[in-house]
Write a new protein. Structure first.
Length: 231
């Protein structure tokens, strides 16, 4: 098994362990070694069921190059293909929708600078208005357009697209986004006056949080892999 496939299987297991999956309705992928296709699981599996032999290799036009998919998933293929084609720097894409992320995505103001977790995304968050299932090429193109040069995007009323230059980076963003959204939901439900950090502090914190390590997410990734290998 290639290292990319091994890491993608681990990502599915980590997301399942953290309870961030949504039965069979979300999907993770990584750009394949050839640069012009990607690996993703076949629609219908739960994340904890994913194994290396389960993975599909899919071309950017949605053709299955390797593996067997009994439940063709045009929504997944259009979503991932559109972003990989538009952003050669992106090598991993996670699509998730937890209740906390969906709740925050539906707020007019979106994600607020209410926690250190949220500051990872300060002035670095894209938004996309809900357009039902992604079934048309123009919908996929709009996703790529709205993501712009960011790595994380909230899909209004739907969830999030979280990308990274590596699988490890995408996992890093995923964890911090979920923590930030859960905290925001909890804090706003308290119905008490909220104190916000000033803009200078937010900007400085974001730079430092994302620049703290050269290989963003690699240290945490090793810890996640050690954890799932014990279960």
């Amino acid at each position: 098994m290639s290292q990319l496939k091994k890491d993608l299987v681990a990502a599915y297991r980590i997301i399942a362990h953290l309870g961030l999956d949504d039965h069979t309705y979300t999907h993770l992928s990584t750009r394949a070694e050839d640069g012009s296709s990607y690996y993703m699981y076949p629609f219908g599996l739960r994340f904890e069921e994913v194994k290396d032999e389960s993975l599909l290799r899919i071309s950017f036009d949605g053709t299955i190059l390797e593996g067997i998919d009994n439940h063709y998933n045009p929504t997944g293929y259009l979503t991932h293909s559109s972003l990989y084609k538009d952003r050669p720097d992106i090598n991993a894409i996670f699509h998730i929708h937890t209740p906390a992320i969906v709740a925050v995505s539906a707020l007019q103001e979106g994600l607020l600078a209410l926690s250190q977790w949220a500051l990872h995304f300060y002035d670095r968050m894209a938004y996309h208005h809900y357009d039902s299932l992604i079934l048309k090429n123009q919908q996929g193109a709009k996703l790529a357009e709205d993501l712009g040069d960011h790595y994380v995007m909230l899909l209004r009323h739907h969830g999030a697209l979280i990308t990274g230059r590596t699988i490890q980076e995408a996992m890093f963003y995923t964890y911090h986004l979920e923590q930030a959204c859960q905290t925001q939901c909890m804090l706003l439900s308290m119905q008490r006056p909220v104190v916000f950090p000033d803009e200078e502090t937010c900007s400085q914190a974001a730079e430092e949080l994302l620049g703290f390590e050269t290989d963003l997410g690699a240290r945490d990734w090793k810890a996640w892999v050690r954890l799932i290998n014990k279960t």
